[in-house]
Design a protein around this ligand. Sequence first.
Ligand SMILES: *Cc1c(COP(=O)(O)O)cnc(C)c1O
Length: 364
Amino acid sequence: MTEKRLYNFSAGPAVLPVSVLETIRDQMLCLPGCGASILEISHRSKQFIAIQEQTKQRLIRLLKVPATHEVLFLQGGARLQFSMVAMNLLRGFNAPAQYVVTGSWGKYAVGEAKKEGAVEVIYDGSSHGYSQLPKPGEVRVRSDAAYLHLTSNETIQGIQFQEDWQVPCPLVVDCSSDFMYRPLDISKYGIVYACAQKNAGPAGVTVVIIRKDLLDRSSDSLPGYLNYRNHAQEDSMWNTPPTFGIYVMGLVAQWLEETIGGLDAMHRINQEKARLVYEAMDRHPRMYQGHARIRDRSLMNATYKLPNDELENAFLAEAKKLGLDSLKGHRSVGGIRASIYNAMPIEGVQLLVQLMDNFATQHA
Ligand SMILES: *Cc1c(COP(=O)(O)O)cnc(C)c1O
């Protein structure tokens, strides 16, 4: 049965470019030059090695990754990075790691890091429901810290840092829900990590971009898989890498390069899509109350509440009729969450905005 595709506002796994899905479909039985599916070939085959290398080179070009940094393709999602970052950079280190906690994911990251060593939380936005970010100067970063950890976009609350931080210790950032939404100055970061399934590909692959000198910190006593150095030395082939995810991420990166025209162009599109949604919210302040402080609003996840459950359910029912899917907010925040990642077409956003306007007028 062929069904119509909906506009998928899911927070993750999330929307992918249709052209990428079409390529996967067309190549599924027989990868060009291969005589077999991407799902069937050895990670040591020359075809797969070329795919992985191409994916890596595309990420290096898109993000202008400097030669000082290594790009790794791992498994275990961002949650495993909460542990791996601390195991590799904090375990046995003589100063604490510092965390800026701006939402649910940052809080989970702290929970895992505490198992490995001393952690200082230098900002915690829980008192206002994680609706606000600190400004770079507002927190005191120690120069001797093991690292400073940030979450660039808090997917659940919908708040996002729009600028790069510069700190006097290694800067580690969880970019899971906004990886490649704009250019990033990788030289300012010790580690950038992101699970793919929000903004960059399917579930199953996690990108870690790590400054090479930090690899020296990993202790040989770590379990092999959990040691970044092993993955760097073996070019992400220490064990079988997530081959399908790497292939799809390569197609997404190709789409970013060749169809979108790079990350500056992607950023402008994302700013435009977010502007449309937030302007619709602000036109009807009695119907839509944003969760985030205005200047901290996320370009990726727009979160807002309606005055009561009844209106919220009516809004979701109307959305469903229009083919707008997965708009219900996370249970911890409630309300509506529109995830408008890179691959969400502007037409989906325009339809959502039409619904917001019409609904607010009808129920004024
Ligand atoms: C989804 C998400 C995670 C968790 O990712 P998993 O792949 O499920 O481990 C962590 N951080 C952020 C910011 C996320 O959006």
